[in-house]
Design a protein around this ligand. Sequence first.
Ligand code: FAS
Ligand code: PHB
Length: 392
Amino acid sequence: MRTQVAIIGAGPSGLLLGALLHKAGIANVIVEQRSAEYVLGRIRAGVLEQGTVGLLDQVGVSTRLHREGLVHGGVELCFGGARHRIDLHALTGGKTVTVYGQTEVTRDLMEARAATGLATIYEAEGASLHDFDGSHPQVRFNKDGVTQTLDCEFIAGCDGYHGVSRQSVPAGALQTFERIYPFGWLGVLSETPPVSHELIYSNHERGFALCSMRSMTRSRHYVQCALDDKVERWSDDTFWDELRRRLDPVAAEALVTGPSIEKSIAPLRSFVAEPLRFGRLFLAGDAAHIVPPTGAKGLNLAAADVGYLARALAEHYAEKSDAGIDHYSQRALRRIWRAERFSWWLTSLMHKFPETGAFGQRMQAAELDYLVHSTAAATAMAENYVGLPMEW
Ligand code: FAS
Ligand code: PHB
């Protein structure tokens, strides 16, 4: 097999990159280790920045998003028993975010790709990357017991944090930066109406909580839990009772509970690998970086990465210029680090850190008080939450 760009991973990064390259007339093949059903079964992000929506518009995969997505002009912070709205729309000159699950984005991209006839090789096992620091890169994998070789001109590592791409880079060529948080998020998906029409982020002495949604009939809630906690310890009733304790009285009263249709615990970490380019191999999305989900940046950063990468590869093929691919890593990392900072800041502000003690709690209370009473502070939060400009 031969193509121009081999993409490792059929998550949102790989699928969106494939769609952007196809629009630019660049042939690409996606190699994915799991089945399409498995990929769709992962419940993850829920908030899209305008830049991400714009990229989906660009590849013609946003019809359902515009029909079913919920456009939000604000977000609420809950602390000290009361809620305070951050008016994103007013503070950012009209910007908004769209609530539309990552699962739906992935489904839309998968269906669009299937319609193009582009090759997506699911259940491709044991992928290995070769000669990406030379001029004839290859991806080898096993499909149905047969070893296959994909000759290509570039490889895009869109295979997530545990993928093979970053691990294929010689250790000395990569510098990594990491912070692991001393807690996780227990998330529950339920066919229940959202407690409010916008998201609620709660800083409570018992721990962080988040009330999000997927539609006006399907909710996604999270509570901060111990790093070594187990899903089995959390019955639905235990979860709802704990969530209710971490909300203001009005929200606690309005909360409609119901059976969980998905329940899982995710660890939280900040992680960045530098640089993002190694010869003809490029890293994008979670293969390159991880953010704690507090700032809703993970999926949006992945979209920005592949937006930059697709533009750089289009320049290489159409204009015979390598300026874009030479600049990709530096350009993507500038946005990545700004999102890492915002995600770390909001995580540090909203979660319970026992090790920081009473003084740490007072610092959080003072910052939250300042945030909701200072236009300058609220603007800083708002412009990061809606997404900083893409700076093409
Ligand atoms: P992904 O991990 O989504 O996709 C990588 C793909 O590569 C997968 O399909 C995998 O099977 C495949 N792959 C891996 N190794 C391979 C190999 N060797 N060969 C072939 N294929 C391989 N972000 C938010 O903004 N908000 C959230 O609330 C949020 N919650 C999250 C919860 C969890 C548990 C996790 C893990 C992440 C969460 N994220 C959240 C971040 C998440 O949405 C990611 O940013 C997003 O999935 C990034 O997409 P990809 O870069 O495509 O990586
Ligand atoms: C979600 O809906 O899953 C979600 C929303 C906002 C976040 C994190 C997760 O910050």
